[in-house]
Design a protein around this ligand. Structure first.
Ligand SMILES: Cc1cc2nc3c(=O)[nH]c(=O)nc-3n(C[C@H](O)[C@H](O)[C@H](O)COP(=O)(O)OP(=O)(O)OC[C@H]3O[C@@H](n4cnc5c(N)ncnc54)[C@H](O)[C@@H]3O)c2cc1C
Length: 380
């Protein structure tokens, strides 16, 4: 096991994660390579009365780590048991490696938009996946967890408080899906929002979908049709037959780009095409039972073209199997999320104030929030 103190080379690199807006300053970083390393780190922190934090990819960091930071990024082992349709992933494994290992056996995990996200952090937050309306939450598919308890002892069994050293969970028999995106020019945004909302009212649970409003910067690296524009992006991940027929009402709105096609599940990260590079971001969300026109107006006013702070706004369709999810974030009434995510630009206070204005009118009707999609501290 390698350890790093603030004065040692490699300390900053070990702490660096996807979220660069959180600056951790631990006394000690433990670069764990085994469950026993994690147990030892927990006992070491307990003996000295130091707080303990754990980090895999750094996608979900909320507050700076102090005391002992356990870095699991080296614990990337993944195995698949095709006969029992189970995968076992170590604490630092990302969805990409599980997707690839499962695909060799005609199986897939209940992964989400980004293959770079950590399996354990995602699952502990519930795990809202591309196919979740049909198969439910990732956390409901956990069979067994290897854990280090807060007292430093190790155990295997149901999920409980502690640091997960490995998770065993069910896979589903999926090899391909109909997925991708329809991209619409700025002027179409109000129509697209209403058409998408109407389209979602009676979709089968085999169809997962979101609509995103994305402000693209005017930079050479942004592809020409999107450069400097506010784009509406309808995302689809569907197991239903007749994909082209299904999306016909949305295609009729005239997208400027259309990437919908049948694809292997191994390409599912292309659907949302989340940015791969680390950056500083803040975000929060609300879950709503319906999307009345007033909610869409709120979204347009506070996170559409002309919004005071550039915001990626995503509305996801819930329902389906989520109605039976065990995680407390989901209720039978949960029907849509409204998620906001912004770069910390110009500063955190300005971004948080803009997000607060967006969510204030939505909060009275809201059934809560999904904790996975809170980046930074949740808004009140
Ligand atoms: C680009 C992007 C796309 C995303 N897409 C989705 C999505 O589609 N669906 C979804 O549900 N969520 C999604 N998320 C949210 C994501 O699931 C959470 O941010 C999650 O916490 C990330 O886990 P991580 O291990 O990658 O990150 P980390 O920042 O390394 O860990 C986040 C937190 O998880 C906990 N944790 C990590 N490892 C352990 C462990 N071994 N034992 C105990 N606790 C641990 C710790 O509290 C840690 O602070 C996305 C996030 C981003 C940034």
């Amino acid at each position: 096991m390698q350890t790093f103190t603030p004065d040692q080379a490699g300390y900053r690199e070990e702490i660096a994660g996807f979220q660069t807006g959180v600056q951790s300053t631990p006394h000690l970083v433990v670069a764990a390579t085994s469950a026993e390393d994690i147990a030892e780190a927990v006992r070491h922190a307990n003996e000295r009365g130091l707080p303990i934090a754990v980090q895999a990819t750094g996608h979900g960091l909320r507050e700076p780590a102090e005391g002992v930071l356990i870095s699991t990024r080296r614990m990337t082992g993944v195995t698949v048991d095709p006969r029992r349709r189970l995968a076992r992933a170590e604490a630092g494994a990302t969805w990409g490696s599980v997707i690839d290992a499962a695909a060799e056996h005609g199986l897939a995990p209940l992964s989400g938009s980004s293959p770079g996200v950590g399996v354990v952090g995602y699952t502990l937050g519930g795990g809202f996946g591309l196919l979740g309306r049909h198969f439910g939450l990732a956390s409901d598919r956990v069979v067994s967890a290897d854990l280090v308890r807060p007292d430093g002892t190790r155990t295997t069994g149901p999920l409980e408080a502690g640091i997960v050293t490995a998770l065993e969970f069910e896979l589903v028999p999926v090899t391909t899906l109909y997925g991708g995106g329809l991209f619409f020019d700025t002027a179409r945004i109000p129509d697209v929002l209403r058409a998408w909302r109407d389209w979602t009212l009676d979709l089968p649970d085999t169809v997962g979908t979101s609509v995103a409003l994305v402000p693209f910067p005017d930079l050479p690296m942004v592809p020409e049709p999107f450069r400097g524009k506010h784009i509406a992006n309808v995302r689809v991940a569907s197991l239903a037959a007749g994909g082209d027929q299904l999306v016909a009402p949305l295609r009729a709105l005239g997208p400027i780009q259309d990437t919908l096609k049948t694809m292997p599940y191994t390409d599912s990260g292309q659907i949302a095409a989340d940015p791969p590079n680390p950056h500083p971001y803040l975000g929060d969300n609300r879950v709503l039972p319906a999307l009345p026109d007033e909610a869409l107006t709120t979204v347009l006013d506070h996170a559409g073209p002309g919004a005071p702070v550039p915001t990626v706004l995503i509305i996801d369709l819930l329902g389906g199997a989520y109605q039976h999810a065990k995680a407390s974030d989901f209720t039978p009434e949960s029907r849509y999320t409204v998620r906001a995510l912004s770069l910390v630009d110009p500063d955190a206070a300005t971004v948080r104030a803009a997000h607060a204005k967006l969510f204030a009118p939505l909060t009275p009707e809201s059934t809560g929030r999904l904790r996975s999609f809170v980046y930074g501290q949740p808004l009140g």
